[in-house]
Design a protein around this ligand. Sequence first.
Ligand code: G4P
Length: 285
Amino acid sequence: MIDNTQSIQWFPGHMTKARRKIKEVLPLIDAVAEVVDARIPLSSRNPELKDIIGDKPHIILLNKCDMADKAVTEEWIRYYKTQNITAIALDCKTGKGLNAFKDTVKTALADKLEAYRQKGMVGKPLRVMVVGIPNVGKSSFINKIAGNTKAKVENRPGVTRGNQWFTIDKQLELLDTPGVLWPKFEDKTVGEHLAFTGAVKDRVLDTELLAMRLLEILAENYRDLLTKRYGDIDFDCDSYELLCRIGKKRGMVIRGGETNTERAANMLLEEYRNCKIGFITLERV
Ligand code: G4P
C-alpha cells in the first residue's frame, strides 16, 4: 500500500529506474499487457508508459471488472478498439477472462506468429511483459494465469535477477514488470480516485472531502443506485448537504440534530469499496 505524500517525494527517482529497466527488456518482448482497474481506467494508469514502450503492441486488461459497471467497461473496450488497442475485461478473483487473454494475445500478435512461421521458428513463444501500477491486481493476474508454473531461470537474456518469467503455455511467456510503475500522483483527481478504490490510504486525505467528491460523481451518474441504497433523497443540494442527508438516513445524528459527517463519510467510502452501493465505474470514456 502506498502513502500518497511519500510517493510524491520519491516518484521521479523510482520512475527513472523503472523506465530504464523496462527499456532494457523491450527488445526481448513482443507486446505489453497493461493491467488497469476497470473502476478507474484513467487514474490507474502510468502516464509515461506509452512513451516508454513506443510502438510495441499494447493490450489493456480491465481488471476487477466484477466491481465495475459492466456497460461502461464495454464502452471502454469499444473506445480502445478505435485507438487500435485491444482491451479485455478480467476478474482475477474468479479467473473470468483469463482464457480470453491467451486468445487475445495470439490474435493481436498473429503477424508475429506468422513471421516466426515463415522464418522456420515455429514453436517460438510470444513474450509479453505485464505492467501495472500497484494494487490493480497485477500479481493476482500473474498468479492466476501462471498457476505454480513459474518458469525456471534459464540461461538467456532477460533472465536476470529481478526479471521474473512465467511460462503460460507452449506459445506464451509472461514477464513481470522489472521495476514499479506509479500513477500520476501529482494530479489531484488521480489521487482522489485511487483513494476511492482504496489503492491509496485515505488517511492522507480528508475523509469527508473525499466522500463529498465521491458523491459528486455518484449523484451525477448513479442516482438510482444511491436512492436504492439510502432511500429517497432530494439531490437538489451541494455534496456536503448530500452527505448530511445520507448520514441522517442512517441515523448518524449527533446532538442538535446535525449529521456526524465523519461517520457518514467513512460509511459511504466503505460501502462504495465493498460494492454495497452497486457496480460502479468512476471514469467514463
Ligand atoms: P498488485 O500486484 O497490482 O499490487 O495487486 P494484487 O494482485 O496484490 O491485488 C490487489 C488487491 O486487489 C487484492 O486484494 C486482490 O485480491 C484484489 N484483486 C485483484 N484482482 C481482482 C479482481 O479481479 N477482482 C476483485 N474483486 N479483486 C481483485 P487485497 O484486499 O489486497 O487482498 P485479498 O483480499 O486478496 O486478501
